[in-house]
Write a protein that binds this ligand. Structure first.
Ligand code: HEC
Length: 154
């Protein structure tokens, strides 16, 4: 099979493999390091799942879309627990989480809740086989990913 991988994708693939290995082998990782690596891994997974959902929408495959959206929904429901105080980016971890998360924690929580609402909306739209609404709620969810990154990722 032919893969057209540009440099950006190659770097992120390498990073993914590295993080996966560290999670898997788990050497010398403190509880906080593990939590950070898990959340980075979940974020990368969300990225791949969002691409699958996009494909499902293009193919009007509501069954597969629902399954994929369920994963996003489940992550949205628990993600706040993966941002405890003191887990921001530092020289000794892989994180790019901004200090602003904890400076403006209420605002961060609002972003998480908007994300949850949009993921729920996607799920309902997929269950209703409503292509127009699902296209819209997918776009809204993607915008939530991006706006949270703009505000809270270094
Ligand atoms: C409420 C805020 C928030 C939402 C919503 C959010 N993210 Fe993130 N995301 C973050 C933060 C903060 C980081 C940095 C985490 C870290 O490095 O510790 C991050 C990191 C990432 C990364 C980089 C991981 C790496 O390799 O370092 C990707 C990819 C990503 N998110 C994808 C997504 C996608 C896709 C969505 C939506 C489906 C999403 N995120 C929703 C806050 C959010």
């Amino acid at each position: 099979m032919y893969y057209n991988i540009d440099i950006g994708e190659e770097a992120s693939l390498l990073r993914f493999i590295l993080i996966f290995l560290i999670l898997f082998i788990n050497f010398e990782a403190s509880a906080s390091d593990k939590l950070i690596l898990t959340r980075i891994n979940k974020m990368q997974e969300s990225d791949r799942i969002m691409n699958s959902i996009k494909k499902n929408i293009l193919e009007s495959d509501f069954t597969k879309a629902s399954q994929n959206i369920k994963n996003i929904k489940n992550w949205a429901d628990i993600m706040i627990q993966f941002f405890p105080q003191g887990s921001e980016a530092s020289e000794t971890n892989f994180s790019s989480a901004s200090n602003d998360i904890w400076k403006e924690f209420e605002k961060f929580k609002d972003n998480v809740n908007i994300f949850r609402a949009n993921a729920n909306k996607m799920f309902v739209d997929a269950q209703n086989n409503d292509l127009n609404q699902l296209t819209k709620s997918f776009r809204d969810t993607k915008n939530t990913c991006n706006s949270c990154h703009e505000n809270f990722r270094n």
